[in-house]
Design a protein around this ligand. Structure first.
Ligand code: NAD
Length: 253
């Protein structure tokens, strides 16, 4: 697929990896539909995409809410007249051990709300946006690709029952959607980033960040552009589908 003049929707497009991917694709001529929770962040990101040389429109939407997602994808088709791709990137962290005992006594557990909030955004949100994007693309006769952003944590990371489960889930959806949507000319791929320099990782404790970087064979965190170039490759190569690309500096959990 040619990125020039294609229309790509990016969830969580207001900051971090979502913004980096939006700017990168805009610089390659893609028209971008940026989806996020807050208008101010969206406005900044859209401005950066326009400066990179393309058209950008913004949509305030909670990806975990079915009515928001339906309204957003209808609006994208109405605004752009086509849709050629989606990057399911919006995600949150609510880390904690499933159970923690101190001196033989129960200290903390992962609350059901902590579990559910991550499943709602990182897994259900991906399902809702994927379903809606595919529906509108097929209805409109548009071909293209859906990319699910997973994580190295999909292999199972301590303190991340909720996040690891959601990321394993969105990775499992990749071959399912690749098989189901191939007949409509829609491919599906996943990207599993390692630790990348964004607001999400900046919120980690410095000691934890240092320890983590030391364990990466390439001895540094990844850059958002390195994830963005993997996304561009997926859109541009029409024979990749149903697989994960791991961009993690050779780190294995
Ligand atoms: N940064 C990393 O090292 C890293 C590593 C592996 C995977 N990832 C994944 O990459 C994706 C982006 O991560 P990031 O580091 O850029 O995070 P980030 O926190 O910097 O950005 C996430 C964006 O998603 C938006 N968002 C959150 N909940 C939303 C909702 N319900 N509806 C709509 N938008 C919502 C936020 O407002 C924010 O703009 C996430 O799925 C994350 O799990 C990141």
């Amino acid at each position: 697929m040619k990125l020039q003049d294609s229309v790509i929707a990016i969830t969580g497009g207001g900051q971090g990896l979502g913004r980096a991917m939006s700017e990168y694709l805009a610089a390659k001529g893609a028209r971008v539909a940026l989806i996020d929770l807050a208008q101010d962040k969206l406005d900044e990101s859209a401005e950066a995409c326009r400066a990179a040389g393309s058209e950008a429109k913004t949509y305030v939407c909670n990806v975990a809410k079915e009515e928001d997602v339906e309204r957003t994808f209808q609006a994208i088709i109405a605004d752009f007249g086509q849709l050629n791709g989606l990057i399911n990137n919006a995600g949150i962290l609510r880390d904690g051990l499933m159970v923690k005992f101190k001196d033989g006594k129960l200290d903390k557990r992962m609350e059901l709300s902590q579990w559910q909030s991550v499943i709602d955004v990182n897994l259900t949100g991906v399902f809702l946006c994927g379903r809606e994007a595919a529906t509108r693309m097929i209805e409109n006769g548009d071909q293209g690709a859906i990319i699910n952003i997973a994580s190295i944590s999909r292999a199972g990371n301590m303190g991340q029952s909720n996040y690891s489960a959601a990321k394993a889930g969105v990775s499992a959806l990749v071959p399912v959607w690749a098989k189901e949507l191939a007949r409509y000319g829609i491919r599906c791929m996943g990207i599993a980033p390692g630790f990348i320099e964004t607001e999400m990782t900046a919120s980690m404790k410095p000691e934890a960040l240092e320890k983590m970087t030391a364990g990466i064979p390439l001895k540094r965190m990844g850059k958002p552009e390195e994830i963005a170039s993997a996304a561009a490759f997926i859109f541009e190569n029409d024979y990749v589908s149903g697989r994960m690309i791991e961009v993690d500096g050779a780190l294995r959990l």
